[in-house]
Design a protein around this ligand. Structure first.
Ligand code: NAP
Length: 234
């Protein structure tokens, strides 16, 4: 087992990519803690997956500081927490775009500041393909993703010997699109799958496996890896 005796914290671990990462780390022998806002959902998921749960909100300095006080020293930290609000650039509400940065970018920043990661351990941030393959109506998400990738490179220098990397997913079928009408969601995923060289959209474990690679390859730092089914070349 690749993570026997290691402590792993997944912030955003109650759903999607974070949950897949927590479950994979657990299968690889790690002592896993998941954190997110909705305590009921978090506790239910933690019980089912056999991991520990600590409620936390990455938009709050104090909440993140208190999470990492409770965790003590950690081997590997992963940040998947995000709630994205976007829209047409000229009309999207400023409070929506600020909220997107507050969770996705400043959330990752707060975690990086508060987490006590052992030398040689790792911090993995999650960006997204919109940073380099932009789409209309998503400027704030592309900008947040670009900022995350830049932050990962900066921190790889400043936090060394802790290693810092980022994974940039393409379209992954997770509950992140739960608010979309089901038929529209399925249609979008099917159309995306048909346009990709791999012929399918991603699942959480596709990204979790890359995160596991970042945790376990001691030579990996400052890397940004795009796992997108070939979206960037299609
Ligand atoms: N799925 C995709 O197609 C895709 C593509 C590119 C990039 N990404 C990126 O991948 C990451 C994970 O996405 P996902 O698809 O796994 O999303 P998801 O299934 O919606 O999971 C998001 C997780 O983050 C938590 N969370 C949200 N806001 C939080 C906050 N303020 N504080 C603490 N926890 C918070 C959620 O729980 P609570 O709501 O209970 O807090 C949940 O556990 C995100 O950064 C997303 O932008 C996803």
């Amino acid at each position: 087992m690749l993570l026997a005796g290691k402590k792993v914290v997944v912030v955003g671990g109650s759903s999607g990519i974070g949950l897949a990462t927590a479950e994979l780390a657990k299968r690889e022998g790690a002592d896993v803690i998941i954190a997110s806002r909705n305590a009921d959902r978090l506790n239910a998921v933690a019980e089912k997956s056999g991991v520990k749960a600590i409620p936390a909100d990455v938009t709050s300095d104090e909440s993140v500081a208190s999470l990492f006080r409770a965790c003590g020293q950690i081997d590997h930290v992963v940040v998947t927490a995000a709630q994205l609000r976007t829209g047409p650039f000229k009309t999207v509400a400023m409070e929506d775009v600020r909220a997107t940065m507050e969770g996705k970018f400043w959330g990752a920043w707060r975690v990086a500041r508060s987490a006590d990661i052992r030398p040689g351990g790792s911090l993995t941030l999650v960006s997204g393909f919109l940073s380099i393959r932009p789409r209309p109506n998503s400027a704030i998400v592309g900008a947040a993703n670009g900022a995350i990738e830049s932050l990962a490179r900066s921190l790889a220098l400043e936090l060394a010997p802790v290693r810092v990397n980022a994974v940039s997913p393409g379209i992954i079928d997770t509950p992140i699109r739960a608010a979309m009408p089901e038929e529209a969601r399925r249609d979008m995923l099917a159309k995306t799958a048909a346009g990709l060289p791999v012929g399918r959209v991603g699942v959480g474990e596709d990204i979790a496996r890359q995160i596991l690679a970042f945790m376990t390859i001691g030579f990996a730092t400052g890397s940004i890896v795009y796992i997108d089914g070939g979206a960037l070349i299609a």
